[in-house]
Write a new protein. Structure first.
Length: 466
C-alpha cells in the first residue's frame, strides 16, 4: 500500500452508448442500447437512461427489448470507439509512462511514476484536470478513482460514476471496505461468492474477521491468502505498462443453428482467417490452435492442437482448425463457433510452411496430380445453400444496420434508424448539429452509401473505417 493516493483508475461512463449519443444529437438524454441486434445478441453497453429500465451489459438483447421497448438499439461502431480510446489513452500517457489499459474505456495510471502527484492534494488536482481534458478532447465524460492501490482505485471510480471523482485516503481502507459485499474484491465471482455466503461470509468485514486460516481452508492457499490480504485493504499489484496478450481469438454466434456440416466447416475456415488477420495485426504468431463449438443445447466443447512451432500462416491455422472440427460431433446443430491461437510469440518458424504441405500430403495420400486444377476461391460467407439446404432465391438485398453511418448525395451525413421491406430510414444529423430530419429510401438507392464515422468533437481527427 502506498502512503499517498497516487494510483488512478479511469473508467469512461457508458462508453459505447455515450459515444453514440454524442454522435447522434436526437439520442441525447434518451435510452440507448449498443450490442448484437440478432435474436441471440447481447448488450455491450447501455446508457444510464436505459439502465433505469434494468438493462445492463451482457444481458440478452431480447430481454433488453422487453424491458426498454422504446430505446434506440444500435450496432457497435468499433472504429469510432477505438479512435476515441486512442485519444483518451494519449491523455493518460501525458501523465505517466506507466499506463495499464484494461479495455478501450478503462485504464490504471501510476501518477507517482509520472511525477505529477506526490500527495492527495496533487492527485486530486491531476484527476480533475484529466476529466476536463477528456471532455474537451472527446466530448465524453469519465469517472476517476484515486487510491494507494489498484483495487481501491477501481472501487473508487465505481463509486464516482457517473462523471465524478472519488479519492480514498490511505488509512481509511478497512473502514470503507468493511460493509461492502465480498463481490467487490478481485477474484470473487458468482461461484466463490456463493461458496462464501454458505460459509456465512457476505461482507468484506466478514472475510477480515474470519482470518487467513479459515479462508485458506475454504478456498485453498493461494486464493485464501490473497483474499484475506485484500479484505484488510492490502494490494501491492503494480501498474504494468505492457499487458502481454496470452491469446488471439474470434467467434460468431449464429441467429439460426447451423446443421449443414459443409457450412460449419466453411465458417470455421472463415474464422481461422479472421483470427490470423488479428494475429498478424498484432505482429504475433502462435503455436496452439483452439476450436470452440457451442451446440444447440448450449453445451460447449473446446479442442486444441499444438503445432511444432509458432505460425501466422492462415493455411496452417485453417487446416488445424478443420482437423479439430473433424473430432467434434455437431449433430443437432451449432449455435456458436470460435477459433483462437495461444502460445503467442514474436516470430514464426519457416519450416511450418513445409509442415502444412507435409500434413496435406499425408491427408490426401500424396500430392495433387499434375493435371489437377488448383482450388478456386472460397465462397464468401453466407453464400451457398442456406441452413435448410436450399439455394438463395436471388441476389442479396443491401443490408443497412441500425446505427450505421451513411452519406446521401443530396442530404449529406446521417445514420440508419432502421430498415426492412426494401426500405431504409435515415436520420440526417451529425455531432454538434441540432436533431436532424428523417427520410426513407429504397435499400438499393444509388445515392445512399456507407460512410466512415465523423469525429465527436468538430475539428477532431477523422475516424478511419474498419
Amino acid at each position: 500500500m502506498r502512503p499517498a493516493p497516487t494510483i488512478l483508475h479511469l473508467d469512461m461512463d457508458a462508453f459505447f452508448a455515450a459515444a453514440e449519443q454524442a454522435a447522434k444529437p436526437s439520442l441525447r438524454g434518451k435510452p440507448v442500447v449498443v450490442g448484437g441486434l440478432g435474436p441471440r445478441g447481447v448488450v455491450a453497453t447501455a446508457s444510464y437512461e436505459a439502465r433505469r429500465f434494468g438493462v445492463h451489459s451482457a444481458m440478452p438483447m431480447a430481454q433488453a427489448r422487453r424491458l426498454a421497448p422504446n430505446a434506440a438499439y444500435l450496432v457497435p461502431r468499433f472504429s469510432l470507439y477505438r479512435a476515441v480510446s486512442d485519444q483518451v489513452m494519449e491523455l493518460l500517457r501525458r501523465l505517466s509512462p506507466l499506463v495499464e489499459p484494461l479495455s478501450l474505456d478503462e485504464a490504471f495510471v501510476d501518477l507517482e511514476a509520472g511525477g505529477v502527484a506526490a500527495d492527495a492534494v496533487a492527485a486530486r488536482a491531476t484527476g480533475e484536470r484529466l476529466r476536463r481534458d477528456i471532455l474537451e478532447v472527446t466530448g465524453l465524460t469519465g469517472s476517476v478513482g484515486l487510491a494507494g492501490s489498484k483495487m481501491l482505485a477501481k472501487i473508487a471510480s465505481e463509486q464516482a460514476k457517473p462523471d465524478g471523482l472519488v479519492l480514498i485516503e490511505p488509512g481509511t481502507e478497512r473502514e470503507l471496505l468493511g460493509p461492502m459485499s465480498v463481490r467487490i474484491l478481485p477474484g470473487v465471482g458468482p461461484a466463490t461468492g456463493e461458496h462464501l455466503r454458505r460459509a456465512g461470509m457476505t461482507t468484506v468485514a466478514d472475510l477480515a474477521g474470519a482470518g487467513e486460516d479459515e479462508l485458506v481452508r475454504l478456498l485453498g492457499k493461494a486464493h485464501g491468502v490473497s483474499l484475506h490480504r485484500m479484505a484488510l485493504g492490502y494490494d501491492d499489484r503494480p501498474v504494468v505498462a505492457e499487458r502481454d496478450a496470452k491469446s488471439v481469438s474470434v467467434e460468431d454466434t449464429f441467429d439460426v443453428d447451423l446443421h449443414d456440416r459443409v457450412r460449419v466447416r466453411t465458417e470455421v475456415e472463415r474464422l481461422a482467417d479472421r483470427c490470423v488477420s488479428r494475429l498478424r495485426g498484432a505482429g504475433r504468431s502462435g503455436r496452439t490452435v483452439v476450436l470452440k463449438v457451442r451446440r444447440y443445447d448450449f453445451s460447449t466443447l473446446t479442442r486444441s492442437e499444438t503445432l511444432r512451432g509458432p505460425t501466422d500462416d492462415p493455411a496452417v491455422v485453417r487446416e488445424a482448425a478443420a482437423r479439430l472440427l473433424d473430432a467434434v460431433d455437431t449433430t443437432g446443430g451449432v449455435r456458436l463457433l470460435g477459433v483462437g491461437v495461444t502460445g503467442l510469440a514474436d516470430y514464426t518458424q519457416e519450416d511450418l510452411f513445409a509442415q502444412a504441405a507435409a500434413e496435406e500430403e499425408a491427408r490426401t495420400g500424396g500430392g495433387a496430380a499434375a493435371d489437377e486444377a488448383p482450388p478456386g476461391p472460397a465462397e464468401p460467407a453466407g453464400s451457398g445453400p442456406g441452413p435448410d439446404g436450399h439455394e438463395p432465391a436471388g441476389p442479396e438485398e443491401r443490408r443497412w444496420m441500425a446505427g450505421q453511418d451513411v452519406r446521401h448525395a443530396e442530404f449529406g451525413a446521417g445514420w440508419v434508424q432502421g430498415s426492412g421491406l426494401g426500405r431504409v430510414t435515415v436520420r440526417f444529423e451529425e455531432p454538434g448539429s441540432v436533431p436532424g430530419r428523417v427520410r426513407t429510401f429504397r435499400t438499393d438507392d444509388p445515392a445512399l452509401e456507407p460512410a466512415d464515422p465523423l469525429p465527436l468533437v468538430p475539428g477532431g481527427p477523422r475516424v478511419p473505417s474498419g
